[in-house]
Design a protein around this ligand. Structure first.
Ligand code: HSE
Length: 303
């Protein structure tokens, strides 16, 4: 059995405009979590994002995910466990911090038990813990994914993509996913569903071709963004500012961050987006990222 395991898990953006709860993309911003079986209790050290906001160990998503694997495999959960979480993905940002924690916990626990669970089972456990599959799928597989979590199964496929430049602007505003989901309609009209469905196909094709013009046209949505953007001061203006500079822009996951796709040589979008948030009284942070081709990975230290 390895003495310690280190898991790297990427940030992810979900929805990509019209692909609500189905499309997801891995981004090259990584959380690093080292897990070792030692001591007689669960100890979690958090560095970077979320430092100083620690939860009781039993409520931590990393530990809950690990526990699920032990339960499913019928093994008693270890009493002594040390976790060092070096977080780069901001919490509650729309960048998949919970998916990264879940995937890290599942992969670490599975490795500690000698990898009894296949990746399909890990994806299903991850979707159950998260409640939807669109962040956990690219967190595990990397790149662009489409997934459907239904009837206790996850149907998933990697989709082809070409690189775009990615700019994420994260305002200092709290909008937990559970809260922002409460603002969504329970029903939409058939014509809205049809338009969204077509746009989601176009988003996938725009990624396959690296066609920013198509992505800009396709990245509109009628299922969630019209209800969520008004909840975030300055978000509609920031989105419009980036669009006017030629970028394809969407709310990242449930927000509050916005994600803009552009091509090299285009004007930077972050200053105009940050200015829009500032006018609404919000400070913001910017992340210049690339699409991550790989999903979460493990490294073992023996000793
Ligand atoms: N698809 C999810 C949502 C992503 O939009 O609520 C957030 O985790």
């Amino acid at each position: 059995m390895p003495a310690a395991i280190t898991v790297h898990a990427p940030a992810t953006t979900a929805n990509l405009g019209p692909g609500f709860d189905t499309l997801g993309l891995a981004l090259d911003l990584w959380n690093e979590t080292r897990v070792s079986l030692e001591g007689e209790r669960i100890v979690i050290h958090t560095h970077g994002e979320g430092e100083g906001q620690t939860l009781p160990a039993g409520e931590h998503l990393l530990v809950r995910a690990m526990r699920r694997v032990y339960e499913v495999c019928g093994h008693p959960f270890p009493q002594g466990l040390h976790l060092w979480a070096h977080n780069r993905i901001p919490w509650g940002s729309g960048l998949g911090s919970s998916a990264a924690a879940i995937v890290s916990g599942l992969l670490a626990a599975n490795a500690l038990l000698g990898n009894p669970l296949p990746s399909t089972e890990l994806l299903l456990l991850a979707a159950r813990l998260e409640g939807h599959s669109d962040n956990v799928a690219p967190a595990l597989l990397g790149g662009l994914t489409v997934s459907l979590f239904q009837d206790e199964q996850v149907l998933v496929r990697p989709l082809p993509w070409r690189p775009f430049q990615v700019t994420v602007v994260l305002p200092e505003f709290s909008l937990p996913t559970q809260v922002s989901r409460r603002f969504l309609p329970q029903q939409v009209s058939l014509s809205q569903a049809v338009r969204n469905m077509a746009r989601a196909f176009f988003v996938a094709q725009a990624f396959a071709e690296g066609d920013l013009t198509l992505l800009r046209q396709a990245m509109q949505d009628e299922l969630h963004q019209p209800y969520r953007l008004p909840l975030i001061p300055g978000a509609q203006e920031a989105l419009a500012a980036a669009q006017s500079l030629g970028a394809a822009v969407a709310l990242s996951g449930a927000g509050p961050s916005l994600i803009a796709f552009s091509l090299p040589g285009m004007p930077p979008v972050a200053p105009a987006m940050q200015e829009a948030f500032a006018r609404a009284g919000l400070r913001s942070r910017t992340f210049a990222l690339q699409i991550a081709p790989q999903g979460a990975s493990l490294r073992f230290q023996t000793g």
